[in-house]
Write a protein that binds this ligand. Structure first.
Ligand code: NAD
Length: 511
């Protein structure tokens, strides 16, 4: 399919960065190339930090923590509230920058900033809680309770596909918890990180001198800077989002120094379509989850198990939806699928499709089309692959829009297949049968961190804890009680009795 060319985004990017308040010297004549996957062009050259800069930043963040931790939590929440206000005021610009740098369609770029605003709101409320339990003591005149204290410097390592939201899930919570933050964004999305940093600075200025200058810092560069965060004993908690490959490297290094790890790694998410499913709703849920964000969400739907009795009704409709979806410039109205992030992503996709064909898969879509003058932009039609079984590339996450479809007969068989992969992030069932839905959510059901009924596996809200099991890393971020990972817990026993009874009936009387 031939396309009209896509105009350059360099000028617009420059204007957005200026409006967000990013200084030019941060993204000119540096060594890190910032590219747009929409046009494939280089937008800017961002100045990178060295390993020595990283160590220095960690030291300064530690000093900032010493000051910040003593400020009452609701006051800390005020800084996050102001940050949320800046995000609201600059949502259009930052959302557009997310689209330009990560290739998301306009509504998804804006949606990502909305997610940042939502987590700021959540964190502000949380700043007035951070509660511990009181616990019954067996000893008369004693009280037991839990106290939660800030932990220290929180290192955040993030992936390209949610270049700003994942940062905010961590930073908004860490800041109200009393931690300082050093953020290593993806080297593929440095400009959005600069934009976020500039908005944070505005909020900190409005907040005044109670916000230490080095409370939140951004470390621009590649994995070697992430490694500095991972190895530095002054960083007690690292939240790392990215591939399972990254987690395999980072996890043991953090464990070696007994640091806390919040690992948010790859997913290989599935949905099960049952005989009673509402197929209209299923079709829309599956399409958004499998095709949205060009298949580049950690929660993207990658495996679909369809009951034999509805397979032939659903598949033709799904294929028609795949063929009608508009792929192209994500900044244009009506586009639903933007580009892949880069050539490596495209090559991985083609390799997976070849491997699927070798295993007997029948592929619809998956082909690339080029945009005149934009040879470095990688646009692909989403691929639907009918597989005879769960084999070959189906068991692995390929970070591209490939949906493998398989038939099943028994729900227990579909659940077993769904769980029979390394990753354990997100999962769904489409059914109107209460027994099937509850089975899926039960102990014998999905083994994932997220299990949904009648919605796809992607598109989580920040109110719940987000994360997954097994090779997804076990970490939890965002809502619910995920904040506890950013604090340390002290169990306190207070004796107001005047006597000294010992627990478990132990006698130890000295003269
Ligand atoms: P990636 O693993 O290539 O990189 C992620 C980040 O880790 C980058 O900032 C990178 O510089 C850093 N990094 C890589 N190796 C490192 C190391 N050894 N030590 C320290 N830092 C290191 O991932 P990506 O291509 O940017 O993102 C896509 C992947 O992220 C997919 O697998 C996707 O499923 C996953 N992801 C998971 C979640 C989640 O919440 N579970 C969210 C978004 C993305």
């Amino acid at each position: 399919m031939s396309q009209p060319t896509i105009p350059s985004l360099i000028g617009e990017t420059d204007q957005i960065l200026a409006r967000l308040g990013v200084e030019k010297k941060r993204y000119q004549n540096g060594t890190l190339a910032a590219r747009s996957p929409i046009t494939g062009e280089m937008l800017a050259e961002v100045v990178e930090a060295s390993a020595a800069d990283a160590a220095d930043m960690i030291g300064r963040a530690q000093a900032a923590f010493q000051q910040w931790r003593s400020l009452p939590a609701p006051r800390r929440g005020e800084l996050v509230r102001l940050f949320g206000e800046e995000l609201r005021a600059h949502k259009d610009d930052l959302g557009r920058l997310v689209s330009i740098e990560a290739g998301k369609i306009t509504s998804e770029g804006l949606g990502e900033v909305q997610e940042m605003i939502d987590i700021c709101d959540f964190a502000v409320g949380l700043s007035r809680q951070l509660y511990g339990l009181t616990i019954a003591s067996e000893r008369p005149g004693h009280r037991m309770m839990e106290t939660w204290h800030p932990l220290g410097v929180c290192g955040v390592i993030s992936a390209f596909n949610f270049p700003v939201a994942v940062f905010s899930w961590n930073a908004a919570i860490a800041l109200v918890c009393g931690d300082s933050v050093v953020w290593k964004p993806s080297e593929k999305t440095p400009l959005t990180a600069l934009g976020v940093e500039a908005l944070y600075r505005r909020a900190a200025e409005r907040f005044g001198k109670d916000a230490p200058a080095d409370l939140l810092m951004v470390l621009q560069g590649g994995r070697e800077l992430g490694e500095v965060l991972v190895d530095d004993p002054r960083v007690p908690v690292v939240s790392a989002t990215g591939s399972t490959r990254m987690g395999r490297a980072v996890g043991p290094r953090l464990a070696k120094r007994f640091a806390r790890a919040i690992l948010e790694l790859g997913g290989n998410n599935a949905a099960i379509v049952c005989p009673s499913a509402n197929l209209d709703l299923t079709l829309r849920g599956v399409a958004f989850a499998a095709i949205g964000t060009a298949g580049q969400r950690c929660t993207t739907l990658r495996r679909l198990f369809v009951h034999d009795s509805v397979y032939d009704a659903l598949l033709p409709r799904l294929k028609a939806a795949y063929q009608s979806v508009k792929v192209g410039n994500p900044l244009e109205d009506g586009t639903l699928v933007g580009p892949l992030i880069d050539k490596a992503a495209f090559d991985n996709m083609q390799r997976a499709l070849e491997a699927a064909i070798a295993e007997g898969g029948k592929v619809t879509g998956g082909n690339r089309f080029t945009v005149p003058g934009r040879d470095e932009a990688y646009y692909v039609h989403p691929a639907l692959v009918e597989m005879p079984a769960q084999c070959g590339p189906v068991s692995e996450e390929t970070f591209a829009p490939i949906l493998y479809v398989m038939r099943y007969n028994e729900l227990s068989e579909a659940i077993a297949l769904q769980n029979d992969v390394g990753a354990g992030l997100s999962s769904s069932i489409f059914t109107n049968d209460l027994g099937e839905a509850e089975t899926f959510l039960s102990v014998a059901g999905s083994d994932c961190g997220i299990a949904n009924v009648n919605i796809g596996p992607s598109g989580a809200e920040i109110g719940g804890a987000f994360g997954g099991e097994k090779e997804t890393g076990g970490g939890r971020e965002a809502g619910s009680d995920a904040w506890k990972a950013y604090m340390r817990r002290a169990t306190n026993t207070i004796n107001y009795s005047g006597a000294l009874p010992l627990a478990q009936g132990v006698k130890f009387d000295v003269a």
